[in-house]
Design a protein around this ligand. Sequence first.
Ligand code: ADP
Ligand code: ASP
Ligand code: MG
Length: 439
Amino acid sequence: MKIMKFGGTSVGKPERMHQVKDLITRDNQRKIVVLSALSGTTNALVGIGDALAEGKKDLAKERIDALHAHYLDFYKELLQSDAGRSKAEKIIKEHFEFLNIILKISFNEAINRDILAQGELLSTKLFYTLLEEKDVPAVFLPALEYMSIDENGEPELGKISDRLKTILKNYEKETVFVTQGYICKNHRHEVDNLKRGGSDYTASLIGAAIKASVIEIWTDIDGMHNNDPRVVDRTRPIAEMSFDEAAELAYFGAKILHPASIWPAQTYNVPVRLLNTMQPEAAGTTITAEETGVGVKAIAAKDGIIAVKIKSSRMLLAYGFLRKVFEIFEKYKTPIDMITTSEVAVSVTIDDDTHLKEITAELDKFGSTELDYNQSIICVAGNMIAENTGMIRDVVVALGDFPVRMVSYGGSKNNVSILVDTKYKNEALQRLNDELFQW
Ligand code: ADP
Ligand code: ASP
Ligand code: MG
């Protein structure tokens, strides 16, 4: 069994959905097809939720109507038969009636998550209707029946696996299964989600749960590039990467993969392939346990970082100081990304500022705390970087007189992280690209 996940742009236009149908019917292998919402839909749903949260019902209604109009155009181009079209009309009517009912009731976070789920529900139902119209036999596999997260928002892989296997036992001969990415149930049995970009995570979790032969992530680019193609000129796809390298890049901002989407595949050693729906013959990127090549493979950047510096004269020669600092972050469930230390101060970075006030209040007991907002972590990732002594020189040369706030090197053999003010990020990425890769 293989997993084929198609992102928003891959299903965002009727002709693309047709292409997806062609791609999944190229062979007779059993496959679970995971779909995102049509591109733009989840953003639109976020906009509807935001308007409702602010009590702006008219604005929410305007946004619902605009999205509704988009789907009414979409299905007419997607489907040709009367049966297919009337089924699609019913699907769209049902989901937009739901959104319109929400306008009339009092809004809360659980309702917001229900709103966000509409995108993947719509895309999978419309795609399934297309398969029916084209006489492609397929099974509709509702994600809300098997995908779940616990009270900490972590996927329950064991339960997901048990439920999926039980469902799949009923369909031993069927080859195509269609399911939603992103959405799940939480520990209160409410509709929830795996965070933005979460369909990749769904694909990896399913791949791990059923020990698939491969997890294919089909998107709008020919694989993981060596740098962010949205901001850097001259980037190129990377043919092979290890799970560790890919995880590092995904976590540090390579948008092509959801940050958590590598660990399930890595845990069960399922290869991940990144492929281009618009250019299916391109080799893309293959991610496996194997470590290939030595040196820098790629650079990624993560914005929205806050640097927290804790200065304390008591730190000098004191053991247990770092533990006390970490315990405060742990208490507020705030993960730390980077850390650098000196004898009198320690700097850490976080991207979640939900409890920043409480954290700094507690840190102030140790000494003084300074905060730098609007920072970006630039992650230079590859294999055996620490052994490649010339690399750090190249990084320093590339950055030249650039103001660098923190550097983290030697934590793993897979990466060097550099913290800069976000206003310098694009130029830093370009400079590193020009210095670290030969063209
Ligand atoms: P999907 O909707 O298919 O999930 P995403 O928009 O989430 O697609 O991810 C694909 C996009 O990620 C690409 O179009 C590209 O602009 C962006 N991207 C950012 N960094 C990288 C990178 N290092 N390699 C490839 N794509 C990247
Ligand atoms: N539709 C969701 C989003 O836009 C999930 C995904 O596309 O992966 O974030
Ligand atoms: Mg994505």
